[in-house]
Ligand binder design. Structure first.
Ligand code: 13P
Ligand code: SF4
Length: 357
């Protein structure tokens, strides 16, 4: 797949200044008894998914990142799909796209490091124009975000004059700047209905669009984008799991195709899925989503048995502890969005956030 990194995201090498933005030297990453002791409480959170033999590789990074966060006045925002050692050991806040956007808006730290993909980092920058927002890997994209451009939205508006455009947050700032309002998987139906119209254009996820259409009377005109992770699940594989154990609760993300949603007992955002799964005490749950999320939920819901027919998101997996450390040392890669474009994109995101409050 070709990844389109929006022109609005550029990496700038910090100047040779000796101030708070100076590049810091690489710390010693030896697994010493001191590092083992300082990180033991964090290993306890992930020991069910990180074998003891691997922890000596993670622990020095965890210790260094947690120390540097304080030194740099930085917070790490991690999406639910980040790996367990990031999610549980260095993240300050975790959540779905909507929760991360809201938390980003409230952040008081000088620097935000995005544990997630680039559209999430752009959303953080839109809501924090005066802060430094860093993404540890510029190639952490998203098949949905790269499926549509600002020019596509302008052509859609010409083809459907007067029809409002709702964009899933999984889009570039350039696209957000052209639409009327954003939504996430947690609030898509509410956003569509808030417009008080009979028809909306809903981009770019064709499956989320179908899911929304099944929940509202508003006519939904959709784009052809899809999540490369969720579109690979099939209703057939879920039926086989249910045949093997009829008591199983199937939980799916609305980016899945309709035959998958039809088999699910619950459909919702990643945060909604976590809430539903953790409520199934003593039960067996099948999580139809990205692999790391099951590991992360299992950490807090020890009394639930998880079945994980998971697919990996290669973009989320570009974010690693070594890259987060590098980001904090070098203050790269900084997300920059030209202000005129940012002002229009921010309006679409804030309109969605204000709807929730
Ligand atoms: P959530 O908003 O549900 O976390 O989804 C984001 C995402 O990229 C799922 O693939
Ligand atoms: Fe994009 Fe799908 Fe990865 Fe989410 S899981 S970031 S929608 S490619």
């Amino acid at each position: 797949m070709t990844l389109i990194i929006p022109a609005t995201m550029t990496a700038r090498v910090p100047g040779p200044d000796s101030g708070e933005n100076r590049v810091l030297p690489m710390p010693d990453l030896t697994y010493t008894p001191e590092v083992a002791a300082a990180t033991a409480h964090l290993y306890d959170r992930v020991k069910h998914v990180v074998p003891p033999v691997e922890w000596p590789f993670h622990a020095p990074y965890v210790a260094a990142i947690n120390r540097l966060k304080k030194e740099r006045d930085a917070v790490i925002l991690a999406h639910n799909y980040q790996t367990p050692e990031i999610y549980n050991c260095v993240a300050d806040v975790v959540g779905d796209s909507l929760q991360l956007a809201k938390l980003a808006a409230r952040s008081t730290a000088r620097i935000i490091v995005q544990g997630g993909v680039h559209f999430m980092a752009e959303t953080s920058k839109l809501l924090n124009p005066d802060k430094m927002v860093l993404i540890p890997d510029l190639k952490a994209g998203c098949s949905l975000a790269s499926s549509i451009t600002g020019a596509d939205i302008r052509r859609l508006r010409e083809a459907y004059p007067g029809v409002p455009v709702v964009a899933y947050v999984n889009t570039s700032a350039e696209v957000k700047a052209e639409v009327d309002i954003c939504c996430t998987s947690a609030n898509a139906v509410q956003v569509v209905e808030s417009l008080g119209v009979d028809r909306v254009l809903f981009v770019p996820d064709q499956y989320l669009a179908k899911y929304v259409a099944s929940k509202t009377k508003v006519q939904i005109i959709s784009w052809h984008g899809a999540c490369e992770v969720h579109e690979r699940f099939t209703g057939e594989e879920l039926r086989r799991y249910r045949e093997a154990d009829p008591s199983i609760r199937i939980i799916a993300h609305p980016e899945c195709p309709p035959d998958v949603i039809a088999e699910a007992d619950f459909t919702g955002s990643t945060a909604g899925m976590i809430d539903y799964a953790t409520a199934q005490k003593g039960g067996k749950v099948l999580l139809v989503t990205e692999c790391s999320m099951a590991d992360n939920v299992a950490a807090s819901a020890r009394d639930v048995e998880f079945v994980r027919p998971c697919n990996l998101c290669p973009h989320m997996k570009r974010i690693t502890l070594p890259k987060i450390l590098d980001s904090l040392l070098t203050l790269q890669h900084r997300v920059e969005i030209p202000e005129e474009l940012a002002a229009r994109a921010r309006r679409s995101v804030e309109r969605m956030i204000n709807l929730q409050n």
